[in-house]
Design a protein around this ligand. Structure first.
Ligand SMILES: NC(=O)c1ccc[n+]([C@@H]2O[C@H](COP(=O)([O-])OP(=O)(O)OC[C@H]3O[C@@H](n4cnc5c(N)ncnc54)[C@H](OP(=O)(O)O)[C@@H]3O)[C@@H](O)[C@H]2O)c1
Length: 335
């Protein structure tokens, strides 16, 4: 089968596209014929060696996938598959913690990381929501316990995670403040129902947030940036607000201890790949419900053939790390 893989970590040119043996699904796994995959920042960090992980050799890059169940090994003992051959599925959390990745024509995936794709949802859409949707959901609901009517602030409202946070928060009846870097991106956030869309390059963010939150403050601050500004954030929070951090491994920002505890705030950090399969499946159930109802629509910015995986990594690197602002949505690849 064709696959995009690395032999050693390095820059995007370390990714080769070529032939690898088709994997054989083991007990508890199914073989998925891949229809689409998506690129995430963690793919770049792993490929570059910035986030050290045990990698199979060769290592097929990529965490997300959507496709069709091709083969299920004979059930052993009490193990009965949740799926049948021909079922459409999506999933994430592959290519992590020693598991093989997804950028290939076929992937053998443990069933616990797979979910049924709702009727009417294509593979590109399902792949594009996978890791970012689960990440947004874990932060908003498992950790921040977002309630209807609360105010959520999220940076980068059209980014991979940010766009999911905006739409999920609206789906449960929260009020959303988000930031973008251009007028066309602002329009997209407004279409998704964001209540207050600010330009992080030109607007006075603290003043505009205070004006919107009218003395109440922000209940849930979902920080997607790698350099959080806790002095600003804590100042804008409501009593008993919850702050989520999930980016910026090297960041060591100043932290205003007094204002933080006097407001009764809490700070939650997580890496989605450490969430259990039960926690991730809980997210997937809501994601499927919202995909079906049309309340969750991933923004797909570019579609590449899988043979151009290196170019796809390069483009995401320029944007997530280089802040080029030239990408409007997720990068999806097809075999
Ligand atoms: N912990 C976890 O489990 C986990 C999971 C997923 C992602 N992450 C991390 O979360 C971060 C975001 O991931 P992603 O996939 O959403 O990346 P992304 O798609 O590249 O989005 C980044 C967003 O940041 C916005 N942005 C850039 N500069 C900004 C600024 N100065 N102020 C406010 N917003 C700004 C961009 O807005 P414009 O495009 O409008 O300029 C863009 O929307 C990455 O660092 C990633 O590694 C962590």
């Amino acid at each position: 089968m064709k696959a995009a893989f690395i032999e050693t970590t390095g820059d995007p040119s370390a990714i080769h596209y070529g032939d690898l043996p088709q994997p054989t699904p083991q007990s508890g796994e199914v073989l998925v014929r891949v229809g689409s995959v998506a690129v995430n920042p963690i793919d770049l960090y792993i490929r570059a060696g910035m986030v050290p992980m045990t990698l199979p050799k060769p290592f097929v890059v990529g965490c997300d996938l959507a496709g069709t169940v091709e083969k299920i090994p004979e059930a052993t003992g009490n193990l009965r598959s949740r799926f049948a051959v021909g079922d459409r599925v999506w999933g994430s959390n592959q290519g992590l913690l020693g598991r093989q990745g997804t950028f290939a024509e076929y992937a053998a995936v443990a069933e616990e990381w797979l979910y049924p794709t709702p009727e009417g949802v294509d593979d590109k859409t399902a792949a594009a929501v996978a890791l970012v949707g689960i990440t947004a959901h874990l932060g908003l609901f498992r950790d921040a316990r977002l309630q209807a009517g609360e105010i959520v602030y999220v940076n980068g409202g059209t980014g991979g995670v940010g766009s999911m946070v905006v739409q999920m928060a609206k789906a449960v009846g929260a009020r959303v403040i988000t930031t973008v870097g251009s007028a066309d991106k602002a329009k997209l956030c407004q279409q998704w129902g964001a209540d207050c869309v600010l330009n992080y390059k030109t607007d006075d963010i603290p003043a505009r947030v205070r004006e919107f939150a009218r003395g109440q403050g922000v209940n849930v601050w979902y920080e997607t940036q790698r350099e959080p500004d806790f002095l600003r954030t804590v100042d804008l929070m409501a009593q008993r607000g919850r702050i989520i951090v999930m980016a910026g491994r090297q960041a060591q920002p100043l932290f205003p201890v007094g204002p933080f505890y006097v407001k009764g705030l809490s700070l939650h950090g997580f890496a989605m790949f450490n969430a259990t399969s039960t926690e991730q499946r809980r997210c997937a159930e809501d994601i499927n419900r919202w995909l079906k109802s049309g309340q969750l629509k991933p923004l797909i910015g570019r579609v590449f053939p899988m043979s151009q995986a290196a170019a796809a990594h390069q483009l995401l690197e320029e944007n997530t790390l280089g802040k080029a602002g030239t990408l409007h949505g997720k990068i999806v690849l097809t075999p």
